[in-house]
Design a protein around this ligand. Structure first.
Ligand code: 3HC
Length: 300
């Protein structure tokens, strides 16, 4: 039981988010909205510009209803939130000042090791490191640092500002104090937290990814059209999106990457079989919403 501890958590004031893609920008947004000062760090200035624009758009969208009768308040809220985010290409500038670092870069173990070993040498020794990985073991990522007791996982869901869940992952080496701090951070940004061990897919993806691939197998067998499977799961099971809509939303490449990684680790587990249809779509560059086409066409 992770909770039965008297360990003292640390106060978090400043957070660095490394990687300014879809997840990184969402994480920076919700963290800044909660009042933290945030460094959003990326090697690529264009990516940072794009991220700041998407945060602005997302805030505009979410404040519309909330400040319906007070547009001035909405404007102030957006400005205050944006002002708390410093977008930078300098890793040092954020890492040196942050109490918590959340990594959301590419799902490549070498890239993550390079980043964390650099961070380990430039960050204050109390700074807590976390990864938002959806497919790699936290324990393996943490191999590149000395502070293994101050390393854990914070797994967010897309769209980050809307999805209420945060999976908080504890490895065998994560200290109780670190874990407590991460749970408190999650609550402070308005998420509901669940406690996860460092197992493949944690809770949500371990169930969601095989479910989506099972839906594709059903379609591959010709049991039903993918449109009907989506309709069925939305209206018969109350899911907000059907499995094919969700695959397109998450990205077919991302979903394939996750299941391919698990299959390599667990070759005897048939749950992680590949899908010819997904492999074909990915090879054609039809990756889902982000490329304008996946199972569905979004170009219209
Ligand atoms: N930023 C801010 N607000 C947003 C937003 C964004 N990016 N996207 C949607 N919203 C807001 C809308 O403004 C709207 O707010 P309102 O109720 O105040 O008007 C509300 O969210 C609902 O949006 P819409 O009305 O446009 O659309 P839907 O009702 O269809 O909801 C959805 C969209 C929330 C995406 C919903 O379809 C959904 O929950 N889908 C499932 C998403 C899911 O399963 N995500 C997890 C994927 S797995 C993952 O991320 C893990 C990774 O490791 C692979």
């Amino acid at each position: 039981n992770f909770s039965s501890t008297n360990a003292l958590s640390r106060k978090i004031n400043s957070v660095s988010v490394v990687g300014s893609g879809l997840m990184g920008s969402g994480i920076a947004q919700v963290t800044a909205e909660a009042g933290y000062s945030v460094y959003l760090i990326d090697q690529n200035q264009n990516a940072l510009d794009k991220a700041m624009k998407s945060i602005q758009n997302s805030l505009t969208r979410s404040t519309k209803k909330r400040f319906n009768k007070e547009p001035d308040h909405a404007e102030r809220y957006i400005k205050d939130t944006m002002d708390r985010i410093q977008a930078t290409t300098e890793l040092d500038s954020g890492a040196e000042k942050s109490d918590l670092i959340i990594e959301a870069i590419v799902e490549n173990i070498q890239a993550k090791h390079d980043l964390f070993s650099k961070l380990d040498s430039i960050s204050p020794k109390e700074t807590i490191f976390t990864s938002n990985t959806s497919s790699l073991p936290i324990t393996e990522i943490a191999q590149s640092v000395n502070r293994k007791d101050r390393f854990g996982g914070l797994h967010f869901f897309n769209p980050v500002p809307v999805m209420k869940l945060l999976e908080v992952i504890k490895t065998h080496e994560t200290s109780d104090a670190t874990y407590k701090t991460l749970l408190e951070y999650g609550l402070s940004i308005g998420k509901t937290t669940v406690e996860c061990k460092d197992t493949p897919g944690f809770i949500v993806n371990r169930l969601l990814v095989p479910y989506m691939f099972e839906a594709v197998k059903m379609y591959e067998r010709g049991d039903a059209s993918f449109q009907d499977i989506d309709t069925a799961m939305k209206l018969g099971a109350g899911y907000p999106m059907g499995p094919f809509e969700l695959l397109d939303y998450v990205g077919l490449d991302t979903s394939k990457f996750i299941i391919d990684g698990w299959r390599k680790r667990y070759p005897n587990d048939s749950t992680f079989q590949s899908s010819p249809v997904i492999d074909q779509l990915v090879s054609e560059g039809r990756l889902g919403r982000k490329t304008g086409e996946g199972f569905y066409n979004y170009k219209k």
